[in-house]
Ligand binder design. Structure first.
Ligand SMILES: NC(=O)c1ccc[n+]([C@@H]2O[C@H](COP(=O)([O-])OP(=O)(O)OC[C@H]3O[C@@H](n4cnc5c(N)ncnc54)[C@H](O)[C@@H]3O)[C@@H](O)[C@H]2O)c1
Ligand SMILES: O=P(O)(O)OC[C@H](O)CO
Length: 336
């Protein structure tokens, strides 16, 4: 009998823990790494991650540790699930510990501030590996629904399709259906920009602007995501797939989305400080809206919704003024 696939998951937050559960349910031996020993201890002794997934019983072939070397040892897949803005620093510590030949898998949906690099680019830069050793998991995957084993599809992307296929097999369960894709650029941008549009839709929902506004924001948000993607060499069809439209619809419809909820609180009139204070988990769009806009400016791409989110979140523009300005932009054809 062949040995079970071994996966190390770095990050015991909501998605790291839930995706660890998916891998374990698919038959992998899973070790979760968390920076706080008490979280690892709680997972091992109670089979529950009380802070991030209370009430979810984790499978017996998943254990946790606060020792990064122990987690990384012999891992076929090294899965990264920390906030996008801390990845570079975290990975610098972990790089010397990684198993030779391991495939690095990004679960993150952000763009690095300053460098405007996608997460797979940060991984290649820090670990000094080629694109064929880096994969991305993305799509409409709200962690709490996956943890409840509710059905969802996802995308596993790698420039090397055979690597994507190995990962697909390693995480395919009766409730989690991964599709492969070789358009890593498009898949990552879909995930990062949907968080920004999720903020915009949340703001509109908080202001009570209705479902026409929501449909309009989702569609125009997808249009600007696609424009950016095409400028960066992505396949435009990726954005009508799970990593684009699929994730955008889930995020913009769900109260489980941290980005959508963050925006809703701002739209209801909470200040940025008050909204940050009530947000317990990572809402990537809050920082990535700035790096996505930087990327758009570098490539000369017009992203009015992203620009508006940056103005509301980081420059204190009142949402009412932002709506007036968006609606009075010069008239243009839908496609150009
Ligand atoms: N939660 C979801 O539904 C979901 C689904 C798909 C993708 N994602 C993406 O996955 C990534 C992780 O999100 P999450 O939901 O697990 O976030 P989370 O806030 O639930 O957990 C983040 C984890 O990172 C740890 N962490 C925070 N700062 C750290 C640091 N400086 N060094 C090391 N660890 C640190 C936290 O302790 C926690 O364990 C994000 O990019 C997010 O966009 C989340
Ligand atoms: O909670 P959010 O807003 O980070 O969204 C979670 C996932 O990305 C949805 O696919």
């Amino acid at each position: 009998m062949s040995k079970p696939v071994k996966a190390a998951v770095f990050g015991t937050g909501s998605w790291g823990t839930a995706f660890g559960m998916v891998l374990a349910d698919a038959g992998c031996d899973v070790v979760l790494w968390g920076r706080r020993p008490e979280v690892a201890e709680a997972v091992n002794s109670t089979r529950i991650n009380p802070e991030y997934l209370p009430g979810v019983e984790l499978p017996g072939n998943l254990r946790a540790t606060a020792d990064a070397a122990e987690a990384a040892r012999d891992a076929d897949f090294t899965v990264l699930a920390v906030p996008s803005q801390t990845l570079r620093g975290n990975l610098a510590d972990w790089a010397p510990l990684l198993a030779p030949g391991t495939v690095l898998v990004s679960l993150m949906k952000g763009v690095e501030l300053g460098s405007a690099m996608r997460m797979s680019e940060v991984i290649e830069d820090v670990v000094k590996v080629g694109a064929d050793r880096v994969a991305v998991v993305t799509g409409p995957n709200l962690a709490r629904e996956i943890a409840a084993r509710m059905p969802a599809a996802a995308v596993v992307a790698c420039t090397d399709e055979s690597v994507a296929q190995r990962l697909q097999t390693a995480c395919h369960t009766p409730y989690f259906r991964p599709y492969t894709n070789t358009d890593v650029v498009g898949c990552e941008l879909g995930g990062a920009v949907k968080n920004v549009i999720g903020l915009a839709v949340g703001i509109a929902d908080g202001m009570g602007l209705g479902d026409n506004a929501k449909g309009s924001l989702i569609t125009r948000g997808l249009a600007e995501t696609t424009r950016l993607g095409v400028a960066l060499g992505a396949d435009p069809l990726t954005f009508s797939g799970l990593a684009g439209l699929g994730d955008l619809v889930a995020t913009c419809s769900s109260p489980l989305s941290r980005n959508h909820t963050f925006g809703t609180n701002l739209g209801k009139g909470l200040t940025l400080e008050e909204t940050i204070a009530v947000t317990k988990q990572t809402a990537e769009g809050v920082k990535s809206c700035q790096s996505v806009l930087d990327l758009a400016r570098r490539y000369g791409v017009d992203m009015p919704l992203t620009e508006t989110v940056v103005a509301i979140v980081h420059e204190g523009k009142p949402p009412v003024v932002a709506v007036e300005e968006l609606m009075s932009r010069s008239a243009k054809p839908e496609r150009r």
